[in-house]
Ligand binder design. Structure first.
Ligand code: GLU
Ligand code: ZN
Length: 510
């Protein structure tokens, strides 16, 4: 690479949500720039006016910002550069690289059919007809007749594209608009791009790009303000991302939008860490590393070419590890957008940061994404818990002793002195209530958890009840008993007469 520091670019087309594959491409480009004091250029390839939308451009910018991958230059927009493409077309035409083609698709197909050719290729029919420009004809590129175009790719080695397999391709549409590959190459030259790092889906068009680059160079096309055409860039085509079925990730089938991971409460650091592992791994095999380590370790020539499995479960697991590794204050801070403000499941004024802080260490151990936090703590900010019906069925309605357990627990908790209301005391008392009913602590806890928190999972029950306080715990147990009663049961405390009570509660069974 002549001239020192790398200049790389990320060149998304704004046609949808910011795809995790695009984020991986952006990251690998960003890393190459960061490692070597280079420049990371953002170019929005927005010439497809039918599929592009401005909101997708905003999505790209905000997702890149969120992932701490802001560009050093740009965003440049292809839609603002059409004059430059027109100039490049003139240059190629004047140098004899392009010719006008008047054929319709149907005509080409008919000729191929008559000649017994099954591939939809172009037979160079108009190559020497000398048709004029500017008459609504497409312009085709005169490809070499023999030899091969070699794409030298850091990841794939030398990839040969024999010339006989390459048609005289259309470089300019009949409308006068340049084809994607032409605009792409003009931009890469003009932006003095030294490394083209992108998805492998673009490998098949790369030989066209190479031919165009060489043609422009031979016609003395130079970036504005410079005197030389930059040399061909280093190419690196990144392995595609696949899902569990080893199928290419699809926007429709798979969760691929970076925006949705942000909305679910994944951490940008975890996403970046995980994306880095898609096609690459550090020399020491580490799985978790911070951005500084990543910048130090990353190497484009260590990227492998086999498809990379985008494993949401692994990403989620990694996110949980990142959450647990946070200092408590940082975790509380990161939770704030999910637990304060008008969008939370409880009335805004019921929220109390100190209460949340007490629960936070318990929550931190148990969530994989921040979006799970509200459900872990809603029981404490809501007047009454929202009872999850499945939890109720599984832990109360279908458990014969449930009513008895709840009744005895309520009675026993009432006997705890007010200044003795602690997780430890609640633990002890609940264990003995369970014993009297012949139940292990875990089984005895289940209906209590549902009655008090509404759910089967959440922070440890005794700590949760300590934070909630006796009044609210007892009110919730009573409410659950009323519901059991109205469902047809007549719970009595377990204890001296445990068998009888269990029998009575048995009426609640399915
Ligand atoms: N705009 C192209 C795409 O989004 C990428 C072009 C490139 O990286 O060269 O598929
Ligand atoms: Zn033709």
């Amino acid at each position: 690479m002549a001239g020192g520091a790398p200049r790389v670019r990320f060149a998304p087309s704004p046609t949808g949500y910011f795809h995790v594959g695009s984020a991986r491409t952006a990251l690998f480009n960003w890393l190459v720039a960061r490692q070597a004091g280079g420049t990371f250029v953002l170019r929005i390839e927005d010439t497809d006016t039918e599929r592009n939308r401005e909101e997708w451009v905003d999505g790209i910018l905000s997702a890149m910002h969120w992932l701490s991958m802001d560009p050093d230059e740009g965003p440049f927009r292809q839609s603002a550069r059409s004059a430059r493409y027109a100039q490049a077309v003139d240059t190629l035409w004047d140098a004899g690289f392009l010719y006008a083609c008047a054929c319709t698709r149907a005509e080409i197909d008919a000729r191929n059919k008559a000649a017994g050719i099954l591939t939809p290729g172009y037979d160079a029919h108009c190559r020497d007809r000398g048709l004029p420009r500017g008459t609504g004809f497409a312009l085709r590129f005169r490809t070499p007749d023999e030899g091969a175009t070699v794409v030298s790719d850091v990841i794939r080695g030398e990839v040969r594209f024999p010339c006989e397999a390459m048609d005289d391709f259309v470089a300019v549409k009949a409308s006068g608009d340049p084809l994607f590959v032409l605009a792409n190459v003009v931009d890469d030259i003009d932006m003095r791009i030294s490394h083209v790092i992108r998805g492998e889906d673009l490998l098949p068009t790369t030989p066209k790009g190479v031919l165009l680059w060489e043609a422009l160079a031979s016609a003395s096309w130079v970036p504005e303000g410079t005197a030389v055409t930059p040399p061909l860039p280093v190419f690196a085509h990144l392995p595609m991302l696949v899902n569990e079925q080893r199928k290419k990730l699809s926007k429709r089938r798979d969760p691929v939008a970076v925006e949705s991971y942000r909305d679910q409460g994944y951490l940008p650091e975890a996403i970046v860490n995980y994306l880095a592992l898609l096609g690459w791994s550090p020399p020491g095999g580490e799985e978790r590393f911070d951005t500084d380590q990543l910048v130090a370790w990353f190497s484009l020539d260590q990227v492998n070419h086999s498809p990379a499995f985008f494993d949401v479960a692994k990403l989620t697991h990694m996110n949980g590890e990142y959450l647990r590794a946070m200092p408590l204050d940082a975790f509380v801070e990161a939770c704030l957008p999910w637990i304060s403000g008008p969008a939370t499941p409880w009335p805004e004024q019921s929220f109390d940061l100190e209460t949340f802080r007490r629960l936070a260490p318990l929550v931190q151990e148990r969530v994989a994404v921040l979006g799970e936090v509200p459900a872990m703590v809603d029981f404490v900010f809501l007047d009454a818990p929202v009872i999850d019906e499945e939890a109720w069925t599984k832990t109360v309605a279908s458990v014969p002793q449930a009513g008895a357990i709840l009744a005895s627990a309520a009675a026993a908790y009432r006997r705890i002195p007010e200044d003795g209301w602690s997780a430890d005391a609640l633990h002890r008392v609940t264990a003995s209530v369970g014993e009297s009913a012949g139940l292990k602590l875990g089984r005895a806890q289940a209906p209590i958890r549902t009655a008090v928190t509404g759910r089967r999972v959440g922070p440890p029950l005794f700590e949760a009840m300590e934070v909630l306080g006796p009044e609210r715990v007892l009110a919730r147990l009573d409410a659950a008993l009323v519901r059991i009663g109205s469902d047809g049961g007549t719970p009595e405390p377990v204890g001296a007469d445990a068998t009888g009570a269990a029998g009575a509660a048995g009426a609640n069974g399915p």
